[in-house]
Design a protein around this ligand. Structure first.
Ligand code: ADP
Ligand code: ADP
Length: 224
């Protein structure tokens, strides 16, 4: 049973048809790479799947519910509690320590500092960055920062992580370390990962690849 799926998605921005009949399916704990040329619709697909962009047509189903039929507050709540996000860069608050950055989603959710920091340490250990807890995130390397960002995305124990070019700003060695850590943590926690990348080496860490071309997907279904 897929945790997240989408059928027949269409989305236009003015005259630009970003998605036109895209499909997608991902199982619990599965890592799926979304590949395709620049401008093919990868980010738009990710944003539709993540509850951020309402498609013009088609449906996104998360845990059996039609995501865009839910009230806005409910969808926002699901996004904050059940989804995690990793971007290319710039997602950490540079003035905060790495530990504070990772604990932040839990603190914003109302968790007490001690409990949130204990969970943050655990998430950081999985990503092999526990020793950076006291460093300001603005002071660590790009690769370390991305592993901290993955720890932050995982700290709420999301069901799905959306990673949009998470290694795009890194050299290949640092990128490989981020991918290895992301995939092993996702497998241990049974978290699905939707990984947008244009790099075949990075996609090689995924269980499966979906290719987006002119707003259409191929290889998008589990059984395909
Ligand atoms: P990719 O992630 O594969 O590079 P995108 O999903 O970002 O592709 O974009 C698909 C198409 O939609 C492109 O032609 C892009 O210029 C257009 N597009 C995406 N977002 C917007 C937007 N907010 N406003 C206008 N056009 C957009
Ligand atoms: P709201 O619009 O309800 O205030 P936010 O903008 O604070 O929600 O975003 C809620 C979640 O969605 C955050 O986890 C954030 O990382 C993610 N998010 C926000 N904007 C984007 C975006 N453009 N692309 C991907 N994820 C996003």
């Amino acid at each position: 049973m897929s945790v997240l799926s989408a059928g027949n998605l269409a989305k236009s921005f003015g005259p630009t048809q970003a998605l036109l009949g895209a499909e997608f399916e991902i199982d619990r704990g599965e890592v799926v790479a979304v590949m395709g040329p620049s401008g093919s619709g990868k980010s738009t697909l990710l944003h539709c799947l993540a509850g951020i962009i309402n498609p013009d047509a088609g449906t996104v189903t998360y845990a059996g519910a039609d995501l865009y039929a839910l009230p806005d507050e409910r969808r926002t709540f699901l996004r904050r509690t059940e989804f995690g996000f990793v971007f290319q860069f710039g997602q950490l608050v540079p003035e905060l320590t790495c530990l504070e950055n990772v604990a932040l989603p839990l603190r914003l959710g109302g968790m007490r500092r001690k409990k949130a920091e204990a969970a943050a340490v655990e998430a950081m250990s999985r990503l092999d960055v526990a020793e950076l807890g006291g460093n300001r995130s603005g002071e660590v390397s790009g690769g370390q920062g991305q592993r901290v960002a993955v720890a932050r995305a995982l700290v709420t124990r999301p069901k799905v992580i959306f990673a949009d070019e998470p290694t795009g700003a890194l050299d290949s060695l640092a990128g490989e370390r981020v991918m290895k850590a992301l995939v092993s943590a996702a497998k241990e926690l049974d978290t699905a990962v939707v990984l947008v990348t244009h790099e075949p080496r990075v996609a090689g860490f995924a269980d499966r690849e979906v290719v987006v071309r002119d707003g259409k997907t191929s290889g998008s279904m589990v059984s395909a």
